[in-house]
Design a protein around this ligand. Structure first.
Ligand SMILES: [Zn+2]
Length: 293
């Protein structure tokens, strides 16, 4: 039986994957409640591709999917070849893949298990939860900051129209990059100099690929391949700033994508898991191929 994917299930998968010689696991930072934020790395090529998930607490299905995709890549190599026409060995001579499946472990655990996972933040989260006893709408980190509104890309505009104090969702913080989880992601990105970044969220079955027309022209080609493979609709602009992909496109002028998996209300029902995994895998596989190489 599949169940909601909390930090402890994730940790079990990390322990399993750490036994596999083709996966290198490292801790890139810690959440507010000192849970590790893990990066998984595969391959040794010069092109750098990055995937992340679990930025938002109640979007834990993205973490589950990324771990499943990694497990599939390292154990079932022929699937990949069938989809992309390239062998995995070829790909990983050309690519180094970095994956951070669970950016916001505190928010994930709060959204699944409720305030018993809030530790010293119990009274704060209770106050921010608008009288609800379940935390299934919770997107923020444990301090009520929306980690995907923390990046310095028109952050001030987001600040003006979003909550001005901590909230279960959408509060961009009192300044950009104040939270340990978003700081870890920004530092990792600066250090690794990724060529292509895919941020997995839910829901909508769309792929946001632009940022104020600053995205490189390859983005359109790539997003069309993603669309052909998955059916997810490409969307160039959206009235939302200060996300990781916005900042990545703005600062590095490289391809950045926000992939919204699934349809419905977060957290997505587990009955959707298989079909979401299938579509998201298509996007993920195709992101490992650079045309023109
Ligand atoms: Zn999200």
């Amino acid at each position: 039986m599949i169940t909601a994917y909390d930090f402890s299930l994730f940790q079990q998968d990390i322990d399993q994957l750490s036994l596999n010689k083709s996966v290198a696991i490292e801790k890139i930072g810690e959440s507010v409640l000192k849970k590790p934020i893990y990066q998984l790395k595969i391959g040794y090529g010069p092109r750098r591709v990055h995937w992340n998930g679990g930025f938002h607490g109640n979007e834990w299905m993205t973490s589950m999917i990324l771990v499943d995709i990694i497990r599939g890549l390292v154990s079932n190599k022929h699937i990949f070849k069938k989809v992309t026409n390239c062998s995995l060995e070829e790909i990983f001579q050309n690519i180094t893949l970095s994956v951070v499946p669970m950016v916001n472990p505190d928010g994930v655990d709060l959204s699944i298990h409720g305030e018993k996972k809030a530790e010293e933040y119990v009274s704060l989260v209770r106050m921010l939860n608008n009288g609800h006893t379940t935390y299934s709408s919770w997107k923020a980190n444990i301090r009520g900051v929306d980690l995907n509104k923390q990046f310095p890309a028109r952050w001030e505009e987001e600040q003006k129209r979003k909550p001005v104090t901590p909230s279960f969702r959408d509060f961009p913080g009192y300044a950009p990059l104040t939270e340990p989880e978003s700081i870890a992601m920004a530092r990792l990105t600066e250090y690794e100099q990724f060529d292509r970044v895919l941020c997995f969220h839910s829901q909508g079955e769309v792929i946001y690929y632009g940022y104020g027309a600053k995205e490189p022209h390859e983005s359109w080609e790539t997003v069309r391949r993603f669309n052909n493979a998955s059916g997810y609709e490409p969307v160039q602009t959206v009235d939302s700033y200060a996300g990781m992909k916005d900042w990545f496109i703005d600062v590095f002028n490289k391809e950045g994508y926000t992939i919204e998996i699934g349809k419905g209300i977060n957290p997505l029902p587990l009955s959707q898991y298989k079909s979401n995994l299938k579509k998201a895998s298509q996007v993920a596989y195709h992101s490992l191929v650079f045309h023109g190489d």
